[in-house]
Design a protein around this ligand. Structure first.
Ligand code: HEM
Length: 566
């Protein structure tokens, strides 16, 4: 079975089997796959019966144990101490940094007359820069920014800081791109490997570890001096503050057993603090970059949705300059309108984690209610909660030509943000509405619903891009603040089009009749390629990405769109 089938086949696989839950049996392991909201909800809300298979998360323990890679009482402790870092103060910092970083990204694109030939790469850089600032307090500059202004902070520079062989920026970006080699190869082999990529990954891993230890020391001093930075507390700062950290220096030696033990009065050890800070990077970087990349792509493929989005941005921001855009005032409006619908629709179709893993334990089969009867999940069974399966299950989504009916889904495979903007009074209540009661225990994390009250409200368990229940994503609001701020900056001033350079030169396109058949033909070639890549060129290593090619885009000033068809 292709491991990418939960995305590539989506709900089709369940339709084929004839059930929204099915079990595959093999000598090695049994697997339960789920595209049913009620079953998903039962599994995600009962974390002691359906545990996270933490053995598959060892790879994220590069610098220390953390909230992603632990279970049971240890996870509770991590969750309790890490969740307060994801505060509204931090979301504000995310918002402000994203406004800055998106403008810088667009400046780079405009240097090439609006051509964004590496959208996937640039959105990765953009989100890495945002998390560097909001996670560690370090502002990273784009190369074209550094040409204009000298970096104010040694860590922002392209040159290595004192005592380092690699710059902070290079170490973090190289490590993020090649992180998979760290757990795959033994420590002793990486530095002597005949392959340069292994040696450089080792260097980036060591160097970034040293940078994190230095940042950690700096945070400890700042916090004991009563400082939190002028524009809000970053995640690492909040972690240090919340974990009652003393002034003992942190060890930079990954093998040092002392750093795995918290000192007196300290609630997490040094390595756990750094391990958590690093896991925020891993969990929050690629996921958010992909969501931005895919929403831009879908909007370029569906330009008719850009018009109401831009109209909404005009209404929200009026003639206020970007520097006056305000998280508290503007975020809720974006969350509840077309921007929210665009992001939700992107995540419904392209969930970053294509199969959220859960499991039953040895000797502990578990019962579940499914379709009015009880089913039993065998012991030691792997479980995959299929986001694209349940996200395309016609039981739960307004679909069909009028977006109001619950009749057979004929458009769930299409990008239609309008399905989130249906007249809520006309939507038949969902089969799973009873599950909407809140969890009784508070496990921390972002407050408020996954989607705005003004948008379509699928039953719990039907929309799971951020998972559900006690182990749902801690960075959901961080990601939403970032995604909405980025979309707002881009579409307030520009439209985004498919670049057609590969098929026709700009001059030739400009000479074609506006809205005419020749222009349409050129656009369709680009659209067919993009749609094909979105359907067949995707794969997941850590998160779902476009792997078989790239789709260049072009930024054009509003009103100067080249591909407008009646
Ligand atoms: C669009 C962006 C994002 C998506 C789609 C996403 C998705 C998810 C999903 C599906 C999970 C559950 C994974 C599992 O159970 O195996 C998760 C957990 C988590 N996410 Fe996110 N995430 C996003 C952004 C972020 C950001 C920006 C951060 C931090 C800055 C973050 C931090 C975390 C953490 C710490 C967990 C583990 C929570 C726990 O186990 O208690 N995520 N995320």
């Amino acid at each position: 079975m292709d491991p990418n089938w939960p995305y590539l086949r989506g709900y089709e696989a369940f339709k084929h089997v004839g059930s929204d839950v099915f079990l595959t049996v093999s000598p090695g392991k049994n697997h339960l796959f789920v595209a049913d909201a009620e079953v998903t909800f039962q599994i995600t809300s009962q974390r002691n019966r359906f545990k996270k298979p933490i053995e598959i998360y060892k790879n994220v323990d590069l610098y220390g144990k953390n909230v992603v890679s632990t279970e049971g009482a240890i996870w509770r402790q991590h969750r309790k101490l890490t969740s307060p870092s994801f505060s509204e103060t931090n979301n504000q910092l995310v918002w402000n940094e994203t406004l800055h970083q998106t403008q810088a990204m667009l400046e780079g694109w405009n240097r090439h007359t609006g051509l964004a030939s590496e959208v996937a790469k640039d959105t990765m850089t953009m989100t890495l820069n945002v998390i560097s600032r909001a996670g560690f307090g370090v502002r990273v500059l784009w190369p074209h920014e550094e040409e204009k202004e000298a970096p104010s902070d040694a860590l922002a520079s392209t040159r290595p800081s004192a005592g380092h062989t690699m710059s902070y920026r290079d170490s973090i970006s190289f490590l993020m791109e090649h992180v998979i080699w760290v757990p795959l190869l033994p420590d002793w082999f990486r530095p002597i490997s005949p392959w340069k990529v292994h040696r450089k990954t080792h260097e980036a891993y060591t160097e970034f570890g040293k940078y994190m230890a230095e940042l950690y020391e700096a945070k400890k001093s700042e916090i004991s001096a009563g400082k939190t930075g002028s524009d809000g507390l970053d995640l690492l700062g909040a972690l240090v503050k919340g974990a009652g950290i003393s002034q003992q220096p942190a060890s930079t030696n990954n093998a040092d057993p002392e750093k795995n033990r918290p000192s007196q009065g300290q609630l997490l050890s040094d390595s756990e603090i750094i391990g958590n800070a690093f896991v925020f990077l891993i969990a929050g970087h690629e996921t958010t970059a992909n969501a931005l990349h895919f929403s831009l792509l879908h909007l370029a493929l569906n330009p008719s949705y850009q018009v109401p989005l831009q109209k909404e941005l005009d209404d929200i921001f009026g003639d206020r300059p970007v520097s006056a855009w305000d998280y508290e005032q503007d975020f809720p409006k974006l969350f509840g309108g077309m921007a929210g619908a665009v992001i939700n629709e992107t995540l419904r179709m392209l969930p970053a984690v294509i199969s959220i893993p859960k499991s039953t334990q040895k000797g502990e089969p578990q019962a579940l209610n499914f379709d009015g009867r009880q089913i039993v999940v065998p012991e030691s069974c792997a479980i995959g909660l299929c986001g694209a399966g349940v996200g395309n299950n016609p039981k739960y989504w307004p679909s069909g030509p009028d977006h109001g009916s619950r009749m057979p889904a004929d458009d769930l495979d299409q990008f239609k943000p309008a399905r989130w903007l249906v007249d809520l009074t006309k939507v038949v209540s969902s089969t799973n509405a009873d599950n909407d009661e809140p969890d009784t225990e508070d496990f921390g994390g972002p407050q408020g619903p996954h989607s705005a009250a003004s948008l379509y409200h699928p039953p719990r368990g039907a929309f799971i891009p951020f998972s559900e229940g006690p182990r749902s994503c801690l960075g959901r609001k961080f990601a939403q603040a970032e995604l909405f701020a980025a979309l707002a900056v881009i579409f307030r001033f520009y439209s985004v089009e498919l670049a057609t350079d590969e098929w026709e030169a700009d001059e030739a396109v400009n000479a074609m009749e506006r809205g005419g058949p020749d222009r349409r033909q050129v656009w369709e070639k680009a659209a067919n390629r993009a749609n094909d890549l979105l359907k067949h060129g995707m794969g997941s290593m850590i998160t779902l990405q476009m792997r078989a090619g790239r789709v260049p885009l072009r930024l054009v000033k509003r009103g100067e769109e080249r591909f407008v068809f009646g």
